[in-house]
Design a protein around this ligand. Sequence first.
Ligand code: GDP
Ligand code: IMO
Ligand code: MG
Length: 421
Amino acid sequence: MKVDVLLGLQWGDEGKGKIVDVLTPNYDLITRFQGGPNAGHTLEFNNIKHVLHTIPSGIFRDDKLNVIGNGVVIDPVIFKKEIDDLKKIDIDISKNLYISKKAHLILPSHRVLDAANEAAKGKAKIGSTLKGIGPTYTDKISRYGLRVGDINNDFDNKYNTLLERHKQILDKQFSWEYDITEYEKEWLEGIKLLSTFNLIDSENFINESMKAGKSVLAEGAQGTLLDIDFGSYPFVTSSNTTSAGACTGLGIAPNKIGEVFGIFKAYCTRVGAGPFPTELFDETGELLAQKGHEFGATTGRARRCGWLDLVALKYAIMIDGVTQLIMMKSDVMDEFDTIKICTAYKLNGEIIDYVPYEMTEDIEPVYTEFPGWKEDMTKVSSEEQFSENFKNYISFIEKETETKITVVSVGPDRAQTIVRK
Ligand code: GDP
Ligand code: IMO
Ligand code: MG
């Protein structure tokens, strides 16, 4: 069996949580491979809305196993909150959630470092979620990190050594004032809870499961344009959000990757700082934000909105090796008379059809216009009901990207999903 990967092709918040939940019945194992509580994945069913940060979105189907892979970074406080919230609705996941011993821990002091780093950047700040993601991955790469497997292995000593190092940096480099006493208490409770879970060498577990014929879905976090290598650096996150990240974040060989589901909104959003060529500053952007409820699931921040950017989408499809496209939130544009798609960029008077090294503010999008579909997509339940204008919009994207759109989402609920034949 191979691992299918589902990941975002834009700047995150494409609707990954919803679709992983929809696809979960087809798989035995649902795995997360990178990111951490900077992610907010929303699922809706039976009129209830859930937001997950660290736990894979397969958790609501009780016959499935969920795995947090080695590439993920975990904040035990946020992890505990997620577990407590699930307990409130009678969901006990202690038996069907496994956690890699090689996943790194976000310390309370990593969060403080994140804030200090951002403040030091001033106007050039990234707009981080301030969950400690960057500093935790920095420690991982510079080989100072604390891992889940350390919980049962000289933990106090290792924790204090790393904390001491952070204190030095915060005092000497930043002269930063902070108090982590309360957070640290909660954090240690979270560590206790973590230690009650199945802590495993998940790379062995996943590969052995595959050999035994089990099917695996890998759930990405963030989006391709936030990738540390291929995103709009430095306005990116600190992990590989692309399909290659599934290999390193789970311990899966490249030839074990099967389908790559690339998920995108019918328009674009971005939260935090950084270039966004098709961003709209007018009432159309406002309408997308309002109708799409474009507020961050993790930070509540308003998301910036704009037209679909096909130049960036094609780049993401290339990097990820996308085999199927999933288009989300088409219902948000139901009332528009005209809809635009960016098909090229104009840079220094020249028309280009690729993502340049630096996505500067000088990039001007070149648009192709489409008549709006003007129908209530939330009422559409099969592709036979798609209007001509909607069909034109999706077939244009398919032609340009040379990739099939196999799923269309027409609302936030699990049921509002159309699988095309
Ligand atoms: P993720 O981070 O990729 O899982 O996405 P988020 O959960 O951060 O953001 C997606 C938002 O869009 C959530 O509030 C979803 O409930 C909502 N959503 C998902 N699909 C659709 C859709 O097809 N239509 C509408 N209107 N909302 C959707
Ligand atoms: P999901 O999985 C949208 C953005 C932040 C910031 C940049 C760096 O829900 O799609 P970080 O906290 O990683 O240091 O922030 O990345 N960002 C996201 N934007 N969705 C996310 O996750 C994001 N995770 C991080 O806003 O611009
Ligand atoms: Mg999100």
